[in-house]
Design a protein around this ligand. Structure first.
Ligand SMILES: Nc1ncnc2c1ncn2[C@@H]1O[C@H](COP(=O)(O)OP(=O)(O)OP(=O)(O)O)[C@@H](O)[C@H]1O
Length: 712
């Protein structure tokens, strides 16, 4: 791979350099998700550096030549091109949305046809002491020899002892896409103690299991999706002896420590199940999620049993909730992904369990039976589904239905000693599959189904390719547009230089003055802290790291910094001097920061208010304008957040001016808050010149009830 150092050497060969940078971009992009330590954030940072390099390389003279010699006509052409690119981008985005919705429905049809509940079997490799095997697997059948008889079980697929974690995850990964498309998903690991459930779900450092791979895939797919943005939250709990325990809340250490809050299962009118008091963490990348997972795993109840030295004595449930929004940031679609490592299903007589272990075993078996009953009733489309029989099925109620997708991984031991357990587990699996004796598909039906599946798969692949192609086009146009904007910005910077300041060639050639990364991070942290109030207001969205820090926004941020503050932000004295030099009083800088924040908030929840009434009385010099917002979502939240945090009039003015082109709120207004949903703007001036203050009232309608997502 080429290093930036090498690229620098080639600066005199712009053609090769540009090509090299493009290649580097591609290889970095393809590396995303390939290795564990290449997080999306890391790749984003490298991409950012490369973008800088390509700005320098692909048009080496563009900055100096064009910026120096640009006249009004050139500027107009560039502005026109920027608008054209924006139109083109809008068209591409809407085409991407259409393509994506076709892709999503095809993907769903494909999974529906395969079966909403899919049951797989994984056979653990035999341990050293296990000599005689009792199971003979084939592609989707498994023969078990028990008490001199042979029993045959049919499943969707059988994973042999030599199957890898990759093989298993290949069957689970389509469900991850489904979850991102807005469907609830459940992945269960079922089986007797010591059959390999935890190995499949968690794996180890060398062979990561379903949980770490799912988290990685979620973030990888979400970050490459240009048409939507996501917010992920992570929770982890266990169901131990019939009671729920939050695994991400530390247990009280001392007698004086408060007891953990009691978790209770709630369901809203739409059937969305929520667990009251369960802690929920916003996760911004897979690393953060894995850290939480490790914390939760350590807190799990385990014990040494006859079958497993570290046997899990509870059901462990991991929940990843996704809120997906399109570019408008409104009407998020919520979905849940459950990854469940069930407690070991064991015949208590065989294990000689006593005391606490016996009680734990009983509790596990009771809830497993209830789970089997629910899945079986769903498969048979029975009118009554017995969700209430166990806490496990109550929690998973909204994720085990018609629209949800379920994968059950039944784990069995190959050993002859465990043949009885294996038959029990496979009976459960067959029941969950809903295929009963005599109800299997005929050969002809099977063929027809396969043909249909192949046809859908082909269509799906075509639409996936189309989506990828559109995403690439969008990226390219965004890059082009950004470059043109940078040219304009650079030109404006040159124009705004105070007289007497000499611009040397070096300055002109450097499009982005280097601000130390530390300073940028500090500024980001400060802004994050300042916007925290706003983002916690109902309806506002706290974006994941990969959403908040796109390359273009970072570049934009850097330009904003350089416009107002000195380029050398290290040097405090120099910054002060520059401020003085550029005649930007500190207060107005604070206001500008406020405006930017408000604009950011408005971007998350666009302010869309219309003037519904406008009167002007020329005699009195008064004007009244009633402004109404039709969508009544979180606009008042954004505006009042701005007022509350002290940015006051300037922020309000900017947001209203941006949102309503006909209304110009000048600096000569004052704002006062009349009620919870109204702001009154009053013109201020000398009493003699203005006998009566003009009034404008912005009515934001009733405050919106808090959104479910933010109030958990
Ligand atoms: N496919 C596999 N490949 C290699 N080792 C495996 C495999 N499956 C299980 N093992 C090993 O078998 C042992 C028991 O597995 P594991 O702890 O995952 O069982 P379990 O079903 O989760 O048991 P419990 O219900 O008691 O928690 C572990 O040492 C694990 O590493």
């Amino acid at each position: 791979m080429l290093l930036p150092k090498d690229l620098e050497k080639q600066q005199n060969e712009p053609f090769h350099l540009s090509e090299a940078v493009q290649n580097l971009r591609k290889s970095i992009h393809s590396l995303l998700g390939a290795k564990e330590d290449l997080t999306s954030h890391w790749v984003e940072s490298v991409r950012f550096i490369i973008d800088d390099l390509s700005t320098l390389s692909s048009e080496p003279c563009s900055w100096s030549d064009t910026s120096h010699g640009m006249n009004d006509e050139d500027l107009e052409i560039i502005e026109h091109e920027i608008h054209e690119l924006e139109d083109e981008l809008d068209k591409l985005r809407s085409r991407l949305r259409e393509e994506d919705s076709v892709r999503s429905s095809l993907h769903n049809r494909y999974l529906d046809l395969k079966g909403n509940v899919r049951v797989f079997c994984r056979i653990r490799p035999p341990a050293r002491k296990e000599q005689q095997a009792a199971v003979v697997p084939s592609l989707n059948k498994i023969h078990v020899a028990v008490s001199g008889k042979r029993k045959i079980f049919e499943l969707d697929k059988v994973f042999l002892p030599a199957s890898t974690q990759d093989d298993v995850f290949a069957e689970v990964s389509p469900l991850v896409r489904s979850a991102l498309d807005g469907h609830n998903v459940c992945v269960f690991a079922y089986g007797q103690t010591g059959a390999g459930k935890t190995f499949t779900m968690e794996g180890n450092r060398e062979l990561p299991g379903i949980v770490p791979r799912t988290l990685q895939t979620l973030f990888h797919q979400a970050s490459s999706d240009r048409s939507r943005s996501y917010i992920f939250t992570f929770s982890m709990l266990e169901l131990y002896m019939g009671s729920l325990r939050d695994l991400l809340v530390s247990a009280p250490q001392r007698i004086t420590d408060p007891a953990p809050k009691c978790l209770s299962i709630q369901m809203d009118v739409k059937g969305w199940v929520e667990i009251e008091n369960l802690s929920e963490f916003v996760i911004k990348d897979a690393k953060q999620a894995r850290k939480l997972y490790r914390t939760g795993s350590r807190a799990r109840a385990t014990a040494c049993t006859n079958s497993n030295e570290v046997s899990s004595r509870s059901h462990c449930l991991i929940r990843v909730t996704m809120a997906c929004t399109d570019h408008s940031g409104e009407n998020p679609i919520l979905s849940k992904l459950w990854l469940v490592d069930l407690g070991g299903s064991e015949r208590l007589l065989k294990t000689n369990a006593k005391g606490q272990i016996l009680e734990e075993g009983k509790a596990i078996n009771l809830s497993l039976t209830a789970l089997g009953d629910v899945i079986s009733a769903l498969q048979k489309k029975q009118p009554h589904i017995p969700y209430r029989n166990s806490k496990l099925t109550q929690i998973l109620r909204d994720s085990l239905g018609e629209d949800a997708k379920t994968v059950m991984l039944v784990h069995v031991s190959p050993s002859k000693e465990d043949a009885g357990e294996t038959v029990c587990s496979l009976t459960f699996a067959t029941r969950a599959r809903g295929i009963h004796l005599g109800k299997e598909l005929s050969e002809y039906e099977h063929q027809q189904r396969t043909l249909k599946l192949d046809a859908i798969k082909q269509q799906l692949e075509k639409h996936e390719r189309n989506c990828e192609h559109l995403q690439d086009n969008i990226l390219e146009l965004q890059f082009l547009q950004r470059k043109k904007k940078e040219m304009l910005m650079h030109h404006n910077n040159l124009q705004n230089q105070p007289p007497g300041v000499q611009i040397n060639d070096e300055q002109v050639r450097t499009p982005l003055p280097t601000i130390p990364e530390k300073q940028i991070k500090k500024r980001e942290r400060r802004e994050c802290k300042e916007t925290k109030d706003m983002s916690s207001s109902p309806g506002s969205i706290d974006r994941p790291r990969f959403m908040t820090q796109t390359t273009s926004s970072r570049l934009k941020g850097r330009h904003e910094v350089t416009n107002h503050v000195s380029s050398n932000v290290h040097d405090k004295n120099k910054t002060m001097k520059d401020r003085k030099h550029k005649q930007i009083p500190e207060r107005s800088q604070r206001y500008t920061a406020g405006c930017n924040m408000m604009k950011k908030a408005a971007k998350v929840a666009p302010v869309d208010i219309d003037v519904v009434e406008s009167q002007q009385c020329s005699e009195k010099g008064e004007e009244t304008q009633k402004v109404d917002n039709h969508q009544q979502n979180n606009k008042s939240g954004s505006l009042f957040a701005g007022l509350k945090s002290g940015f006051g009039m300037c922020s309000l003015k900017n947001v209203i001016n941006d949102a309503v082109p006909d209304v110009v709120v000048s600096g000569g207004h004052s704002a006062s808050r009349m009620s919870k949903n109204q702001v009154e703007l009053r013109k201020v001036g000398t009493r003699a010149a203005q006998p009566a203050p003009a009034r404008r009232t912005w009515d934001y309608g009733p405050a919106k009830p808090p959104r479910r997502f933010t109030t958990w």
